[in-house]
Each structure stands twice: as C-alpha cells, then as structure tokens.
Design a protein around this ligand. Structure first.
Ligand code: PLP
Ligand code: ZN
Length: 430
C-alpha cells in the first residue's frame, strides 16, 4: 500500500500536517500544501499494461480517466466511495491549419472541454469531492465565476452534498450559472468582485461547517495531474517537447508539473516536456513576475480580459507554478484578447471549438515561435481547458457584419426565394 499525507511546500518549513484534518494552508507557516505519497514499488511496464487493460472494463472506477490511474493518486482509504461522473478520457486530436498558423509546428490538442460539465475542473473535482465524502462532509462551498462552480455543483449532487456557491453579483456567465442551478446548488450573489465574494466565503465557512473546494484545496491538484498520464498513454508514452496551458489561478499548470515529476520518479518517462503557461495580457501577474525576475508576485488589481476563465489578478498557486517552470525548463507568455480571438478562429477552421481562455494556448505558441523561443516543427500539446458552449455570448459578440451576411440567411418560406438566396450564398450560377 502507498501512503498519503499533506505537506507544506515552503522550503524553510516543509512540515507534514495533521493527517486527521484536511487543511487549506500550513498550520505552522500558512504556506501552500501538497499531497505527498510514499509510493509502493511498481514496475512501469506492468503498470502501463494494467492501465491499458482497464480501458476494456465496464466498472465506473476504470471508466474514469482519473481513477483508471489510481496508483498515481493513492489517497483513498479502505471503504471510500468514489464520486465519479466518468470524467477524463478526453480526446487528443491533431490539427492542420492551426498548427501551420501557429508555427509551423506539430500541434496536437488535448481537449478537456469533453468532460461531464465541459471543463478540466471535473478531473480535480472527482478527487476533491471523493476526499470530502470520505471525511463525512455534508456541505461544500467555493467562490467562482465559472467552471469550478458548475463542476462542484455536479459532483456535490452526485455525492448527496449541499453545494454553496459564492459569486459576485451579476458577473457569472449565463451558461455556467445555468449549470450550477440545474445541479441544484445554492447560489449566493454577494459583493462586486470575485475577491470580495471569496473573502466572505472564507470568513463564514467555519460557522457553516463548509468544506472549501477552491483552488487551494490540494486534492484538486491530484485529480488534475492525471491528465499527464492519460496524454502520454495516448502518445504511446512518447513525451512531447512542450505542454502548453492557460494560466489563471495556476492550479492546472501546477498539477501538470507535479504529474510529470512523479511519472519521472516512478520511471514511466525519461524526458520531461517543458511546461509553458500562457496568460491574458490584461491579467498577467505571473508573466510579470517571471519576466522581471521578481521573487514575489504582485497582484494585478483590475484584471481585464474577455477570456473570463483566466481573468484572475491574484493567482493562488503561483509558487507551485514557478517551481514547475524551473523544474521543466518551461516559460510563461502572455497574449492580447485580439490574439486569443484569432487563435480561436484558427482552431474553429480545424473543427475544434473551445472557450476563449483555452485558445490563449495556441496564440501563445504562435508568439513564441515568432520570437524564436519555440523552434519550428516542435512537438507541442496544447491543453484546451473548456468547451465551446461555455461562452456562446463571446462568439456572437465577435461576429463581423460580413461574416453574418455570408453565413446567415433570412429567407421567406417559399421555394423560389430559397433557391435564389442559396444560389447567391453558395455561388452557384443561376
Ligand atoms: C479554470 C480555468 C482555467 C484556468 O486554470 P487555472 O488552474 O486556474 O490556472 C483556464 N481555462 C478554463 C476554461 C478554466 O475553466
Ligand atoms: Zn509551513
């Protein structure tokens, strides 16, 4: 059996935590926590074969792209019930036009929008809610304006827990709010900013006996890191040169780095891909810190981008992400909303839809290739974090008049009128 415990990530502290409590921060110094394991011995070849075999199984635990790799997240205790919605197992799809546009590079998409609630947050949520259930939790809470809410609401419903969502007044996208309501969450609209809502949630959580499921929860990172095992299996365990992710709270980049480090320690990979984080230019505190050589992150007071999923001025996990970049030889880039928009359009030409935050990855690759920091023909996996349908307002808002007139016809219900209109639109000679 492997064993699991929480440990502070601060070098000057690094202390293990009381295993009976699931804290959000170090009890001694307030630092970030991570889950550590004493892994049991295992043979990489046998392990790969076992994971592969489970793809044929009909058991829910094997059908989940997270729990199929359960040897990598051995924090379950005997009798724990797994709260899963068959998350993960997302496709790895090649690109033609987008890779040419961004490079030329060999660009592959790992599409996390193909998850039960439409974003990569489901990978972390199955792990975190499973842990909460094992602790007998009845109520979970988070502050979020986006995908975390939808995901938490779904997994809490599945586990029979009450879900409390704190959101700034009138600032949550229609699709994401609808998801949370549909899954029966209690939505509390409070404050004008995300930070205000989050602060109030943290203050009231102890009185309400609330288990917090925000980005500081180290068990979310555990679920999210399994993306690396799944991606490498899909590539016959041949690591790419780069893995590119958008950076908001920096949980995903931290998770991918932790996943890579453990796969290497366990002998499952030799070469480690460089992890590249892409932020929006209007919400780029991590970019500013890393490029200026500062030791501390300075929050961006008024983060501004239409890529709402990465509109975050004070990322909780910056220290973990900083280590990931150092350890993998990766870097951070930032892109404008204009560049994000172009990248999203190029992906659409390959038949790949996503939410704006996700497209920042491909925009970042283009910029890095042009700057000579990523070589031509590099082997790159971009992680598209969210589904196209999460933000249809964005799509409709950005349609030009000429696109509308070329693509949308309003026709009288009459066969002749229809023929005429289509002849013009399709360019068929009359
Ligand atoms: C949450 C989210 C991000 C940002 O991920 P972090 O882990 O906060 O850096 C990016 N894209 C989408 C679609 C998201 O939902
Ligand atoms: Zn500490």
């Amino acid at each position: 059996m492997s064993t699991a415990y929480l440990q502070c990530i601060e070098e000057r502290c690094g202390r293990p935590q009381d295993p009976k409590k699931d804290l959000q921060a170090c009890a001694f110094c307030g630092g970030l926590l991570e889950v550590k394991y004493e892994f049991e011995e295992f043979n990489p070849e046998e392990m790969r074969r076992a994971w592969h075999q489970r793809r044929l199984s009909g058991e829910p635990i094997d059908r989940s792209g997270v729990w199929r790799f359960r040897e990598l997240i051995p924090f379950l205790e005997p009798g724990d019930r797994i709260i899963s919605l068959s998350e993960g197992s997302t496709p790895l799809v090649g690109t033609r036009r987008a890779g040419w546009w961004a490079g030329p590079v060999h660009l592959t998409i790992k599409h996390q929008g193909n998850n039960p609630t439409g974003s990569f947050k489901d990978l972390g949520m199955t792990a975190c809610i499973t842990r909460a259930a094992s602790r007998g939790v009845r109520r979970v809470g988070c502050a979020s304006t986006g995908n975390t809410s939808a995901s938490m609401a779904a997994y809490a419903a599945r586990a029979g827990m009450k879900a409390l969502l704190f959101v700034p007044y009138r600032q949550i996208s229609a699709a994401k709010l609808a998801q949370a309501l549909d899954y029966g969450a209690l939505v509390v609209e409070v404050g004008d900013t995300f930070d205000e809502a989050f602060r109030l949630l943290r203050e009231i959580a102890p009185e309400l006996d609330l288990y917090l499921v925000n980005s500081l929860n180290p068990f979310r990172i555990e679920g999210q890191k399994t993306i690396v095992a799944e991606m490498l299996e899909q590539r016959a365990w041949r690591p790419p040169d780069y893995i590119v992710v958008p950076g908001g709270n920096l949980g995903n980049s931290s998770a991918i780095g932790k996943g890579l480090r453990e796969l290497k320690e366990l002998g499952l990979i030799e070469k480690v891909p460089r992890v590249v984080v892409v932020q929006a230019a209007g919400a780029n505190p991590f970019y500013q810190m890393m490029t200026s050589g500062a030791n501390e992150l300075t929050p961006v007071e008024r983060p501004d981008t239409q890529a709402t999923a990465i509109r975050i001025g004070h990322p909780a996990n910056w220290k973990k992400a900083q280590r990931v970049l150092e350890w993998t030889g990766g870097f951070v880039e930032c892109v404008t909303d204009e560049e994000i928009f172009e990248a999203k359009a190029m992906l659409a030409e390959d038949g790949v839809g996503c939410e704006p935050a996700s497209a920042s990855t491909v925009a970042g690759v283009r910029k890095l290739v042009r700057a000579g920091r990523i070589p031509w023909h590099a082997d790159i996996v971009c992680v598209l974090t969210g589904n196209q349908l999460k933000d249809t307002e964005y799509i409709m808002r950005h349609r030009s008049e000429s696109q509308e007139s070329r693509q949308r016809l309003r026709v009288e219900p009459d066969l002749d009128a229809l023929r005429k209109a289509l002849d013009v639109a399709l360019g068929v000679p009359a």
